[in-house]
Design a protein around this ligand. Sequence first.
Ligand code: SF4
Ligand code: SF4
Ligand code: SF4
Length: 475
Amino acid sequence: MHKLKVSKYLQIVPRRKDFAVYHSLYGNLMLVDAEGKAVLESFDGGCSIDKAVKKFGTYDDSVIWSYVHDLRMRDFLVTDGCDEYEPVRNDAARREQRYEKGYLLRVLQLVVANTCNFNCKYCFVDTMYESEEREILQHRSENMMMTFDVAKQAIEGLLGILGKNGGSQLNIEFFGGEPLMNWDLIKRVLETFQNRSSDNVELLYSVTTNGSLITEEMAELFGKYNVTVTVSFDAPGPHGHAVVHREKGSDRVRENLEILKKHGNWVTFNSVISKETIGSYDGKALIDVAREHGIAMVGLILDLDLAFYSKSSQREKVVEELWLTYEYGRLQGVPVVGYWYQIFSQIVGRQPINLLSGYKTCPATGCKVSVEPEGHVFICKCCSGYLGHISQPDAVLSSEKYRQYAMQVYRNAPGCEGCEIEGFCSGVCMGALEKKYHRTDIIEKSSCEVYKGITKRLIENVHSTDVDVHYLAGR
Ligand code: SF4
Ligand code: SF4
Ligand code: SF4
């Protein structure tokens, strides 16, 4: 009989009345009681099932057999001597062989306008980059507004790639600056491509906007083509307005939210917690406003400036604010999400892990490309590494830069090995790492504490009705 042993990736999080156990590469979280944990730990150092069954003689043999079977299915127990990292290594080898064909691609970010009618203090576009190509393109007048021809070339190029790979969905993100400054283009794209290609690929759209330029016509077309409207909205301060930039969250934006509501649009908020906002951040007020306007989901985004994470008191405050907003949102029926939440979501199995979905939290690890108004391609609006021009999609996919981004999905950096959230966390935004370190395969330890801290808090408090519970006592 084979011996089984406890996976070296097993994580145990003590909670008030039980324990959460999960695998740090595959998730599969479940709640166990002290007896269940004892069964699991009886395999420490290797043990046969028969021996374990004898140790727990007060239970019927079949109960322990079935309990152990479940622990094996979740990879919490593994055959003694097996190479536990092998499935990931195999997946990486497959990815390495196939990424150039574009099988990972499913998101096209169209930067349709490199200009904005707001002037937020924390806007990243003027401070984020570190490459020559970004420096040149950022200020070139020809790179301010995308033409329909470029958008068409990008969409058709990606549809062609998806067609060859049997892909069934393309997510098109209208991004900026403020994308609605190029409304005519967005309208033409929606009316031309609609929601299904001639090859039967489904087209899903989203727009990330400051919300100030929305009109009835836009809301109507967004409804018609199921465009997710993500409004960048600062948490309101003590006087009901956004504190950092009074226009974000202003009366005008709130009136426009009502237009979207009237047309039954799917609207989400993106709100930034950064050094500029944290002093006056009020998550409760944010959720209340979201509820008032029928917002489907609130995304909380963390500062892209790594200096933000340097003070431990600030990190603790971030974790606290994320948690309080999440919990209040839950009570009010407004889901609160973000990359930090996606880590937890993969651990509990609500979202597929990277081996199935192609990425962890950051789709810019090969699953998306970002096209500038002139057709130049980057992996994401936040990143600096230049990939080529959309007129030559094959050259983009075979570029060394694309390979680097695509292959970074398993471990963000060698130092991630053994981390309790290794299989689910993409680390801090790669654009921020490029800016500070001129490379992406590095860990920013201070931000890791935020990701690990909020994950632990979510796991410690997850409701037993929301996850698998396998108590042994009483069976
Ligand atoms: S609304 Fe967005 S794009 Fe415009 S200045 Fe503010 S952060 Fe930048
Ligand atoms: S980036 Fe940090 S928190 Fe994320 S997996 Fe790596 S070590 Fe862990
Ligand atoms: S590179 Fe940064 S902004 Fe872009 S998808 Fe990844 S985490 Fe998000």
